[in-house]
Ligand binder design. Structure first.
Ligand code: HEM
Length: 323
């Protein structure tokens, strides 16, 4: 008979595997800050120490948020995992794998650290980024910094409600948080980002019925349309991954972003998953098509201009990097 784990060891395990704020509610504002770490030893050491102290910086800001929402999740890429943590990478962590379909490509771009920051107001986000980047100094280069905003009732700039099918309740950690299948990284989550730019005039030239068939939901009231069993599938159907184990969900916290003066309107896709392969499979179905070459028609109006994969480890893993 195997000995039972004591309450103390259970509590310690819970502490060691406490996830970052993956399950934070959809916020009014967000930022997606992607950094590349310089390769010299001093820069790596600075980056390690700033990443380790991010939890303290979050607390410094949260107390100033007057009980409003403020969360930040840190992701680390495959490229810097070894140098930064001194540990072997999580079992599924690989660099973003480009997906080249007959017409569209999910491009892979640079990025070593992801800061996914969510708050009720933009002032907190900017303050946090300012303090964070001061701490990093010239150890990093920011390759992207996108401010996302909530658009009416949670719509993307294609004007559809985005985020509906996200898992909730106990399904949320089951879909997003690594468990004992990778014990050293239990409590962590794979995170993939993609930046999309929309061709809004081409999209708006489509009939609402065409747009609804592309997404797989009605536009005004967000009701799910039946899945096509053959031929062209909707975005919703292509992103539904089912096998003998059932349906595999991910958590999305996409945000619209825009610079109207430059005609720039986009969606910043962010997906959290317990298994990287689930997000990769969705992208394969979107870009290559199911069946090929019937790609996701959302891509005829939305161009992927960035794509990076990270792993957001448990909180304690991050703070322990200081040791
Ligand atoms: C231009 C970028 C994108 C836009 C505007 C977009 C928009 C949407 C919208 C409006 C829905 C339907 C409502 C909902 O359930 O949220 C949806 C569903 C979904 N999308 Fe996307 N999406 C984008 C990219 C992606 C990517 C890159 C992935 C994954 C790799 C993805 C995964 C999903 C999933 C899993 C669902 C739910 C499917 C289900 O009903 O089970 N999306 N998306």
């Amino acid at each position: 008979m195997s000995p039972k784990a004591s309450p103390i060891s259970n509590a310690q395990r819970a502490l060691d595997t406490e996830p970052q704020s993956v399950d934070a509610p959809l916020s009014a504002a967000a930022a997606f800050l992607v950094l590349v770490v310089k390769d010299d030893d001093a820069s790596i050491a600075t980056a390690r120490s700033v990443v380790a102290s991010t939890g303290d910086l979050i607390k410094d800001l949260r107390i100033r948020a007057n009980s409003g929402l403020f969360t930040c999740n840190v992701g680390i890429s495959h490229r810097v995992w070894g140098p930064l943590t001194g540990k072997p990478a999580p079992s599924e962590l690989v660099p973003f794998r480009e997906v080249r379909g007959a017409t569209h490509t999910a491009v892979a771009t640079a990025g070593d650290l992801l800061y996914h920051i969510r708050a009720d107001t933009m002032d907190l986000i900017i303050e946090f980024e300012k303090l964070l980047l001061e701490a990093f100094g010239d150890a990093v280069t920011a390759v992207d910094d996108v401010a996302g905003f909530r658009y009416f009732d949670g719509r993307d700039l294609l004007e559809f409600v985005d985020g509906t099918a996200n898992p909730d309740g106990l399904d949320l950690p089951a879909a997003t948080i690594v468990g004992e299948e990778d014990p050293d990284y239990a409590g962590g989550s794979y995170v993939v980002i993609q930046k999309y730019l929309h061709d809004l005039s081409a999209w708006r030239a489509q009939k609402v019925e065409t747009q609804e068939a592309i997404i797989g939901r009605t536009k005004f009231d967000n009701v799910e349309l039946p899945d096509a069993t053959q031929g062209q599938k909707s975005h919703k159907t292509l992103c539904t991954i089912q096998d003998a184990d059932g349906e595999h969900d991910i958590l999305r916290d996409n945000m619209p972003f825009a610079v109207p003066g430059r005609g720039e309107y986009g969606t910043y896709f962010i997906g959290y998953s317990r298994h990287l392969w689930v997000i990769e499979k969705m992208m394969e179905r979107m870009f290559i098509g199911d069946p090929p070459p019937l790609h996701d028609r959302i891509l005829d109006f939305s161009k992927a201009v960035a794509g990076v994969t990270f792993f957001a480890p448990a909180r304690k893993f991050l703070s322990d990097l200081a040791d």
